[in-house]
Design a protein around this ligand. Structure first.
Ligand SMILES: [Cu+2]
Length: 385
């Protein structure tokens, strides 16, 4: 059955490449006449663009799909997905919007790291809403988040290899957003294209491989949308399930924050480009599993699904006082390595770490790139007697 893409929305569209090369326009006095002629040509070209491509026409072009899953010829292209097109698009430089102000009454909640059970149905229907909301990520910090389903990270999704995932994104935000599933194989210009505020987009796919996968907003600038909280984890089980274990999902991300307004700190795009984060976190709250650790019992097999949302830095995952009996680099149960102290999960990647909890105690799990661990990518696994 072919994958399908449907929409109940309008879509953004690429801007035309300029026909006049600005770099060739010179202001040297000896070429003054040529400069004036070129400037006149540029003005004529720009005026033509404004007449021939009014904004409302872009917004009203549909990308309908046929019943066979093919996309009609007049389908819009999405320049936003997988490419950071900051140079061609007007872009926000901070995540603060009218809906992300007023942090005083926002309560803190711990993000539950437990992997939810897989559904008995072979079809998983997901309907995510993109929302711009303030989130308290620490006692003293509320951020102007862009989210899937109102949290950082978005919901943990658990399916099997070969299941059908029917996905709909509704945009309840104030700017375009989109969805890029790393577990999917789809034409990104169609399925992962931007959805305007108030609109929805649906598509269907079947995960080809098992593993720990990232999903994220792919709207330009991708760095800004991922950096402001639009990401999550989708876990795909192999056809023959892995051994029974206590299973936890850890999604690492970085925070780049500006000065707070009305108690809410906006995400700062200039800082994201400089790649020196203020904070790191597992599951959106720096150090939350130090304050409220993860508990297992002696004898449990513990399985961490570590997904790195970045947007930029790696996660050198390590458990102090333990070793990983098995690390699945991808597509479990294949690609397993054994007796591992630390392994790096790159930005945009996900891996599965297993350890036998046969010694009681408190075991710190950490991004062993310690500048990152110190900023919040750290927690505690308590192995009870
Ligand atoms: Cu977005």
């Amino acid at each position: 059955m072919p994958d399908q893409v449907e929409e109940s929305s309008f879509s953004t569209r690429d801007t035309p490449a300029p026909l006049v090369d600005l770099a060739k326009i010179t202001t040297r006095p000896s070429n003054r006449r040529r400069f004036l002629a070129q400037a006149s040509a540029l003005a004529t070209f720009l005026a033509g663009c404004m007449r021939s491509k009014p904004e409302h026409e872009h917004e009203h072009e549909h990308g309908d799909t046929t019943s066979s899953g093919k996309v009609a010829e007049h389908s819009p292209q999405n320049p936003d997905s997988r490419t950071d097109t900051t140079l061609r698009h007007a872009m926000p430089t901070s995540s603060g919007t009218a809906s992300t102000r007023g942090g005083g009454n926002i309560a803190f909640h711990r993000f539950d790291p437990v992997l939810p059970p897989v559904s008995s149905s072979r079809t998983t229907r997901l309907h995510f809403t993109a929302r711009e909301v303030p989130i308290r990520v620490r006692e003293d910090t509320v951020v102007a988040a862009w989210t899937f389903e109102g949290d950082i990270p978005g919901p943990i999704v658990h399916v099997r290899q070969g299941d059908t995932v029917e996905f709909t994104l509704t945009n309840a935000g104030s700017i375009p957003h989109s969805m890029d599933f790393h577990a999917a194989q789809l034409d990104p210009k169609v399925a992962f294209r931007s959805v305007l505020p108030g609109r929805s987009l649906s598509f269907t796919y079947k995960p080809k491989y098992s593993g720990a996968f990232l999903y994220h907003c792919g709207t330009a600038p991708v760095l800004m949308h991922m950096g402001s909280g639009m990401f999550g984890a989708l876990i795909v089980d192999p056809p023959t399930p892995l051994r029974r274990a206590k299973e936890f999902v850890l999604v690492q991300n970085e925070f780049y924050l500006g000065p707070p307004h009305d108690g809410v700190a906006p995400f700062d795009y200039t800082k994201m480009l400089a790649t020196l984060p203020d904070l790191f976190a597992f599951n959106g709250r720096p150090g939350q599993y130090q304050t409220a650790p993860i508990h297992v019992k002696r004898g449990d097999l513990v399985r961490f699904y570590v997904v790195n949302a970045g947007p930029t830095h790696p996660c050198a995952f390590h458990v102090v006082g333990e070793q990983f009996d098995t690390v699945y680099l991808g597509a479990p149960p294949g690609n397993a390595i054994h007796g591992v102290q630390t392994f790096e999960v790159t930005a945009g990647g996900g891996m599965i770490f297993e350890m036998q909890a046969d010694i009681p105690g408190e075991f710190v799990f950490v991004n062993h790139a310690f500048g990152h661990g110190q900023k919040g990518a750290i927690g505690v696994l308590v192995v009870e007697e």
